[in-house]
Design a binder for this molecule. Structure first.
Ligand SMILES: N[C@@H](CCC(=O)N[C@@H](CS)C(=O)NCC(=O)O)C(=O)O
Length: 210
C-alpha cells in the first residue's frame, strides 16, 4: 500500500511528512497541488481538506490533515522516529511550538517576501515577522547547543518538523551561519540515510513559475 501525500515543493509543512515517510522507509507518492494557482482554495481539494491547507495524507482509506498528525501516524505505524518512553509530552511540546512559533511564522514570512507579487509585499510586516522569528531561532539554537536532537537521544519527528523550512534557499531572514547549533543539527539531519532536500522530494519549485 502506498500513501498519497498532497504536496508541493515549496511547502515546508508537506516536507515534514515527506521527510518522515522517506526516512522511515514508508511507501508514499507525491500528488502535486497547484497551490500558487489557487488549487487548495477550491473544489475538489476543499472536500479533501475543508481547512484549505496543504499537506493532506491519504493512507489506507484514512484522510489526515495537519502535518503533526501525519507525522505521529507514520511514527506509530513504522515504530520509527517517535518519542522514547517518557518523552511523549516533550515531543508534543516541540511539535506544537514548531507549528506556532517556527514553521507557522516562517511559512507566511517566506511567502510574503518571495512569492507574493512584489508590488503587494508588506515590507513592515515582513520586517516585524523576521524580527520575531529571530527569537524562535535563538530558542532552538540554545536548546541544541548541548544536545544532538530536539527530543531525547535520537532523531524524532520533532527534528523533522523544526527543520522543515530551514533548508530552503529563498530568503526569509534566516542565515545558518548566525546559528551554529542549528547549523550543525541541520547537517546531522541531512546526514541521515535517505535524506533529501525538499525540492528533490516533492514536485514544484519557484523556477517552474518563472
Ligand atoms: N498547521 C498546518 C499548516 C499547513 C499550512 O499552513 N500549509 C500552507 C502551505 S505550506 C497552506 O496551505 N496555507 C494556506 C493558507 O494559509 O491559507 C500543518 O502543519 O499542516
Amino acid at each position: 500500500m502506498t500513501a498519497d501525500l498532497y504536496c508541493f515543493g515549496e511547502s515546508g509543512n508537506a516536507y515534514k511528512v515527506a521527510l518522515t515517510m522517506t526516512l522511515a522507509g514508508y511507501g508514499w507518492r507525491p500528488i502535486f497541488v497547484d497551490f500558487f494557482n489557487g488549487e487548495a482554495r477550491r473544489e475538489p481539494f476543499l472536500s479533501l481538506n475543508p481547512m484549505g491547507e496543504v499537506p493532506v495524507l491519504v493512507d489506507e482509506g484514512k484522510t489526515l490533515t495537519q502535518s503533526g498528525v501525519m507525522q505521529l501516524h507514520i511514527a506509530r505505524k513504522t515504530g520509527r522516529f517517535g518519542a522514547a518512553p517518557g518523552d511523549e509530552d516533550e515531543l508534543l511540546r516541540w511539535l506544537f511550538w514548531d507549528n506556532h512559533k517556527l514553521s507557522g511564522q516562517i511559512g507566511a514570512t517566506r511567502f510574503l517576501r518571495n512569492f507574493l507579487n512584489p508590488a503587494k509585499r508588506p515590507l513592515e510586516v515582513i520586517a516585524w515577522q523576521e524580527a520575531r522569528l529571530k527569537v524562535a531561532y535563538g530558542i532552538l539554537d540554545r536548546h541544541l547547543a548541548s544536545r544532538d536532537w530536539v527530543v531525547g537521544q535520537a532523531p524524532t519527528i520533532a527534528d523533522f518538523a523544526c527543520c522543515s523550512y530551514l533548508y530552503y534557499p529563498e530568503p526569509f531572514g534566516f542565515a545558518r551561519a548566525d546559528w551554529p547549533a542549528i547549523d550543525r543539527w541541520l547537517d546531522r539531519i541531512a546526514g541521515l540515510p535517505g535524506w533529501e532536500h525538499p525540492y528533490d522530494l516533492m514536485p514544484g519549485r519557484p523556477s517552474d513559475r518563472a
